[in-house]
Design a protein around this ligand. Structure first.
Ligand SMILES: Cc1cc2nc3c(=O)[nH]c(=O)nc-3n(C[C@H](O)[C@H](O)[C@H](O)COP(=O)(O)OP(=O)(O)OC[C@H]3O[C@@H](n4cnc5c(N)ncnc54)[C@H](O)[C@@H]3O)c2cc1C
Length: 578
């Protein structure tokens, strides 16, 4: 089945919906989502969206830009960060005007709270910058944008999973997708395609990410010759529920929560004397692991799965109920702990991909270090890398990224499709997708996908995690390569057509294996420590050798790495102290 649109948006999280809203103003736009739209992971975002409104304390977008660049350990493209933080203010008011129910100050303005790495006057002290709707900020953003899209007659293809990208030389022509309800393959042809498929935390064993976060967009692009940028930088959020990885928002520390070791000590005093528990996430996650390794975890057995406490008991029941109601109920449900009465057992959890599909500041995908644009192909949100998060993202900056760059990409698409020609596609464009699915469902027996998934997740968690060494990463690359080999023989048990979730999960596993290989190989290649990429064998940041973005190409089974310059046109890189 072939459908023709002007613009196709793949993904209905915050980035996809904002882009759709803009693109649909003057052109026929469709959104494809493998999930029912409001089940996208954006709906799980808890703590807030950062914008220098200055409603509670003095603040400026310039300070926000500086914090973003320093927080990203100077791998951030600085003009992009400026666009992000200036656009943030307008974006938040825009969301307010569209009906988003933010928490309010007593005077009726949008309330703001503290978050890690966000400071006043270039690092002096924490500042209240995160706008929030209790601890359901993402949920509110998603509901607001979805309603607006419905109002503006955006066409939705719900539960359609994209499996391939159609390219004609340097120009994108559309995508191939499986319809979950029928198993039919559809070709969606368009002058412009935007990927907004979100993150890929599911390559790790312990993660805050939803099951659907499997890196489909980046994997599909990589297999079609598009490089992925800065894939070695993967963020571990300091406070996941011990063992489960479910997120306990940084907003708990923003409201005054404190991390403690087995002696009850506020150990961040020793690692980050100015920002303490509100230092950037990479620093806190490493400090936690160092505490555990030195026997200061709660059990004191130095094992990697020992844990620490997040203490919110002093905040009081009323604040917890008013500002952190979901977190309170997660703790009660999953741990049997009431955070008003007892500390929360936490450990870092795999959380956010700084890297992804490389784009320029209009969301256009680029294919090389010179910034050559792929015609008609766009990316925004967590699956993209523009790059505003560099080597480590600050909390609340992802939601800003979605709305600012989702919107910019949507606007650019709106203009682009006016002058671009409609692509010519035929059923043959779905041949490779069709052949792949036929192979997976041919009824033969093969290794079990679940086992491969488990081994991949454990490998990535243990060997490409918070602290890294050449030996570990080399063995991770080899393991993932052999898992990819085994994957070729995997078959789905259920060969039916309708609602074949088995098939779609096996396709997702293939995507995660490709993304894991790229991540491990690129991490092995970068011989320095910067932001979330922390090597025990190369503990220093090396600006001379490594102040550059990685661009990783997947050539069949081989990985090839090239580079792209970093824009440091505003602030010169300095050592990072907090
Ligand atoms: C628990 C949690 C809490 C967070 N809290 C915050 C916070 O407080 N502040 C902050 O700034 N950030 C936060 N983040 C990060 C932030 O929420 C995400 O980075 C962001 O929501 C990603 O949005 P997105 O639009 O890029 O993708 P998502 O919201 O993940 O949406 C992806 C979309 O792509 C679709 N899709 C994927 N693959 C396919 C395919 N093959 N075919 C068709 N459709 C596909 C999915 O159906 C979905 O609609 C949090 C993240 C988590 C996990």
């Amino acid at each position: 089945m072939i459908h023709q649109f002007n613009a196709i948006i793949v993904g209905s999280g915050g980035a996809g919906l904002y882009a759709a809203l803009e693109a649909s103003r003057g052109s026929r736009t469709a959104v494809l989502s493998k999930l029912y739209p409001i089940r996208s992971h954006t709906g799980a975002a808890q703590g807030g969206i950062g914008a220098a409104l200055g409603n509670v304390e003095e603040d400026k977008p310039e300070w926000h830009a500086f914090d973003t660049i320093k927080g990203g350990d100077y791998l951030v493209d600085q003009q992009a960060a400026k666009i992000l933080t200036e656009g943030a203010v307008q974006a938040v008011y825009d969301l307010e005007n569209r009906g988003l129910p933010f928490n309010r100050t007593p005077e009726g303005r949008i309330d703001q709270r503290r978050f890690g790495g966000h400071t006043r006057n270039f690092g002096e002290a924490p500042v209240k910058r995160a706008c929030y709707a209790a601890d359901r900020t993402g949920h509110m953003i998603l509901q607001t944008l979805y309603q607006q899209c419905i109002k503006n007659n955006v066409t939705f293809f719900d539960e359609f999973q994209v499996v391939d990208l159609i390219m004609d030389g340097d120009t994108c022509k559309g995508v191939v997708a499986v319809e979950l309800a029928t198993g039919d393959l559809h070709i969606l042809a368009a002058k412009a395609v935007l990927f907004a498929t979100g993150g890929f935390g599911r390559m790790f064993k312990v993660t805050s990410n939803a099951f659907a976060n499997t890196g489909d967009g980046p994997a599909v692009c990589a297999r079609r010759g598009i490089p992925l940028q800065d894939m070695e930088f993967y963020q571990f959020h300091p406070t996941g529920i011990m063992g489960l990885g479910i997120l306990i928002s940084e907003a708990v520390r923003g409201e005054g929560g404190i991390l403690r070791n087995r002696d009850g000590q506020r150990f961040m005093e020793g690692y980050s004397p100015v920002l303490l528990d509100l230092a950037p996430r990479d620093i806190i996650a490493r400090s936690m692991l160092t505490e555990v390794r030195s026997g200061k975890g709660i059990r004191g057995d130095r094992r990697i799965d020992d844990y620490l406490y997040l203490d919110a008991t002093h905040l009081g029941k009323e604040t917890l109920m008013k500002k952190l109601p979901d977190i309170t109920s997660f703790c009660k449900t999953y741990l049997g702990v009431d955070p008003a009465e007892a500390p929360i057992p936490v450990l870092p959890t795999a959380h956010y991909a700084m890297g992804g599909i490389p784009t320029d500041i209009h969301g256009r995908v680029v294919r090389d270090g010179k910034g050559t644009v792929v015609n008609g192909l766009y990316a925004a949100g967590e699956c993209a890398c523009v790059s505003v998060h560099g080597a480590n993202r600050l909390g609340t900056n992802s939601l800003v990224d979605l709305v600012v760059f989702g919107r910019r990409a949507g606007q650019h698409i709106g203009d682009y499709v006016k002058q671009a020609d409609a692509p010519k596609v035929s059923e043959a464009d779905a041949d490779s997708g069709r052949a792949w699915i036929a192979h997976l469902t041919d009824g033969q027996s093969g290794p079990h996908g679940g086992r491969l998934m488990e081994e991949m997740q454990i490998t990535m968690m243990e060997r490409v995690g918070i602290y890294r060494t050449a030996g570990d990463m080399q063995s991770a690359v080899e393991t993932i390569q052999s898992l990819r080999e085994s994957y070729r023989a995997v078959r789905v048990q259920d060969t039916g057509k309708q609602f074949n979730t088995d098939l779609l999960e096996i396709i997702e596993l293939g995507n995660l294996l490709d993304i894991s290989l790229i991540t491990a190989a690129t991490a092995l290649n970068r011989k320095e420590s910067r932001g979330a990429h922390s090597r025990e064998d190369f503990p220093q940041r090396d600006d001379e050798g490594w102040l550059k973005h990685s661009l990783t190409y997947l050539d069949g089974d081989a990985v090839r790495i090239d580079y792209r310059p970093v824009d440091i046109s505003i602030w010169k890189p300095k050592p990072r102290t907090y």
